[in-house]
Design a protein around this ligand. Structure first.
Ligand SMILES: Nc1ncnc2c1ncn2[C@@H]1O[C@H](COP(=O)(O)OP(=O)(O)O)[C@@H](O)[C@H]1O
Ligand SMILES: [Mg+2]
Length: 240
């Protein structure tokens, strides 16, 4: 996927300025930056939830900029939203079904896809009939990832998957992302936890006030003194 010089505003306030970034097939790319830098806005623009006023977004040779979110999901991009946003009063199974809905799969395919999610996160199978609101934060993150996987994405956008999770759950979540990437899912990983994100990424971009201020190989960013100073060691409080 290639974003080229996209500009995005909320009303009169411009938030993304000529933002360009590339995610190559098979990569994990980290998008790091402080609170308010424009990370979520970038992901929502890719999903077609927000409209860029100029620039282009191309995925697998197709222009996706300006298309409806459902068409973008069908083109092969899914998002795991910030704060997980699982449907708390719906069962785990029903949450997963919602994720499969945009792709227009038949019943049997939905079941088959759900089986794959259950193999990856067995705890979700055990609790399949339980309401999602009863899950812990880490389990809800698994469900949110599972729900996004229901649409068979080639590219997965993750918005702060570590936010508010206990360290052991952060580890587990990142482990499962690595596994998922090995099995062929490309990822754009938004994180305030810059160090952890870069550790599992191939390349990274740092955003500041809606502009890319650094980009490069993850290993180079990890070793860069100014990156370490600006982005490492940021702790974020739990939101749920
Ligand atoms: N719905 C909105 N309306 C107006 N301004 C917004 C809205 N959402 C985000 N912003 C502003 O846009 C900027 C980027 O926000 P966001 O993309 O959420 O940053 P990040 O995800 O990096 O924390 C911030 O200044 C934020 O206040
Ligand atoms: Mg955000």
């Amino acid at each position: 996927m290639v974003l080229e010089k996209i500009n995005v505003s909320y009303g009169p306030v411009k938030v993304l300025h000529d933002l360009s970034l590339t995610v190559n097939e098979g990569e994990i790319v980290a998008l790091i930056g402080a609170n308010g830098a424009g990370k979520t806005t970038t992901l929502r623009s890719i999903m077609g939830v927000l409209r860029a006023s100029s620039g282009s977004i191309v995925f697998k040779g197709q222009k996706i900029y300006g298309r409806r979110p459902v068409d973008i999901i069908r083109a092969g991009i899914s998002m795991v939203p910030e704060g997980r946003r699982v449907f708390g009063s719906m069962s785990i199974e029903d949450n997963l079904e919602v994720g499969g809905a945009p792709s227009g799969m038949k019943r049997a395919q939905i079941k088959e896809t759900m089986e794959r999610v259950f193999c990856m996160y067995p705890i979700l199978r055990e609790r399949r009939n339980q309401m999602a609101g009863t899950l812990s934060g880490g389990e809800q993150q698994m469900l949110a990832i599972g729900r996004a996987l229901m649409a068979h994405p080639k590219l997965l956008l993750l918005d702060e998957p570590s936010m508010g999770l206990a360290p052991v759950m952060v580890e587990r979540t990142f482990e499962s992302l690595k596994e998922l990437n090995k099995s062929g899912t490309t990822m754009l990983l938004v994180e305030q936890n810059a160090q952890m994100a870069l550790e599992i990424s191939d390349r990274g971009y740092a955003l500041q006030n809606g502009r890319v201020v650094y980009s490069g190989k993850a290993s180079d960013l990890l070793g860069d003194e100014s990156i370490r100073e600006a982005y490492f060691g940021i702790k974020k409080e739990a939101v749920n």
